[in-house]
Design a protein around this ligand. Structure first.
Ligand code: UD1
Ligand code: UDP
Length: 356
């Protein structure tokens, strides 16, 4: 069968990787890259280091307002789907590329599978929350990573088929952790294992809002260790726009975003992780590194319930206090599956297409 996988942003290349590998054993995959992320460090780097095949189509959409970016993606994805006539489409996560792929496909009556379905932060000011809800309701097969996600979908009366697959990010992490040991990233930046904090931010509410962004920078600048801060271009853009470069403390090492293998190694060796990323909250949990989440809510609520993740928002004192005092040692449950989510996903797609 012919399956179209649609991706566009950094975390989607990572999620695609294990699924695509399995899919290509049984099906013809057409890979569509919307071009939402286009900087080398956010896109091509992942294709190179994870051995992801070159996209068959790169739509080159780039950045823009939500409506413009999503609309242009739908127009261009539709053209490809009309030309290629796939039997099934797979979308990943919660970006504008996810929503555009799902809408373009379902309107052409090509069934859609959503990897990472059912996540909810219950915060409709997050663009990702709107993307999650709409994509789930447009999808025919929903691949669910966690028990909470399953409950969320049941509560919304979703009509698609629910497949409890586990989390593909656990698959890809398990596949790559040994390789990441070869990373020389600590040496490159002169940092010692267990003696630095790792920080990332890119959430719209933290970057575009000048007060939130300044609070985060001030809090990071007050910390007692070096803070390695691989900076998302969105965040750099706003730091420059608001003229905050001079507010960055001397302890902050601002670096370009790094590849997946280097990033896994940075996470595994960090004393603590400060982030607003979805994926990084899970990776911190899996590595048993205390995670301080610079948001008021999370869709990965299990990490908070198990007490390995704390939500602190953007209040300077709360952030600094969490870094100084949040030292979990609790038992963890396994929330993210058994590392075979991608096998289950490909298997379920096969069964769905046979039934059809
Ligand atoms: C997007 C997703 C977010 C996801 C994140 C992963 C949406 C609404 N947001 O956020 O859910 O967590 O990717 O990293 O889909 N930019 C560049 N180069 C690039 C890409 C972006 O310079 O290659 C800059 C541009 O100034 C752009 C801004 O970053 O305007 C934001 O990019 P955008 O794709 O809109 O959203 P992200 O913040 O990357
Ligand atoms: N990541 C990376 N390099 C970086 C920062 C993050 O490889 O410099 C990886 C990280 O390991 C995780 C994913 O990118 O797997 C998370 O993506 P991001 O934070 O951009 O998006 P989100 O998960 O919030 O949608």
């Amino acid at each position: 069968m012919k399956i179209a996988s649609i991706v566009g942003a950094r975390p989607q290349f990572i999620k695609l990787n294990p699924v695509s590998k399995k899919l290509r054993k049984y099906h013809d995959e057409i890979l569509i890259h919307t071009g939402q992320h286009y900087n080398f460090e956010l896109s091509k780097l992942f294709f190179e280091e994870l051995g992801i095949p070159e996209p068959d189509f790169n739509l080159g959409i780039g950045s823009g307002t939500h409506g413009k970016q999503t609309g242009e993606m739908i127009i261009e994805i539709e053209k490809v789907l009309l030309e290629e006539k796939p039997d099934f489409t797979i979308v990943f996560g919660d970006t504008n590329s996810t929503l555009a792929g799902a809408l373009a496909s379902v309107k052409l009556q090509i069934p859609v599978g959503h990897v990472e379905a059912g996540l909810r932060s219950f915060d409709r000011s997050m663009p990702e929350e709107i993307n999650r809800i709409l994509t789930d309701h447009a999808s025919d097969v929903l691949f669910i990573p966690t028990k909470t996600a399953y409950d969320n979908l049941k509560n919304e009366g979703i009509t698609g088929e629910l497949i409890f697959s586990g989390d593909v990010m656990y698959d890809v992490l398990s596949d790559n952790i040994e390789l990441s040991r070869k990373s020389k990233i600590l040496e490159k930046f002169g940092i010692e294992a267990n003696n630095y904090y790792l920080a990332t931010i890119h959430r719209q509410s933290n970057t575009d809002d000048p007060n939130n962004l300044l609070n985060i920078i001030k809090a990071l600048s007050k910390l007692d260790k070096k803070v390695l801060f691989p900076i998302h271009p969105r965040t750099l853009k706003f730091i420059k726009k608001y003229d905050y470069m001079s507010n960055l403390g001397k302890n902050i090492l601002l670096i370009d975003p790094v590849g997946y293998l280097d990033f896994l190694w940075l996470e595994k060796n960090a004393k603590k992780i400060l982030t607003d990323s979805g994926g990084i909250q899970k990776e911190a949990f899996i590595f048993k590194i205390p995670c301080i989440t610079l948001r008021e809510n999370t869709e990965w609520i299990e990490t908070v319930e198990d007490k390995w993740n704390v939500l602190v928002g953007t209040n300077i004192d709360k952030i600094v206090n969490a870094v100084n005092n949040f030292s979990p040692s609790h038992m963890q449950s396994n929330h993210f599956g058994d590392g075979n989510a991608s096998v289950k996903i490909v298997d379920a797609i096969g069964k769905y297409l046979t039934k059809k």
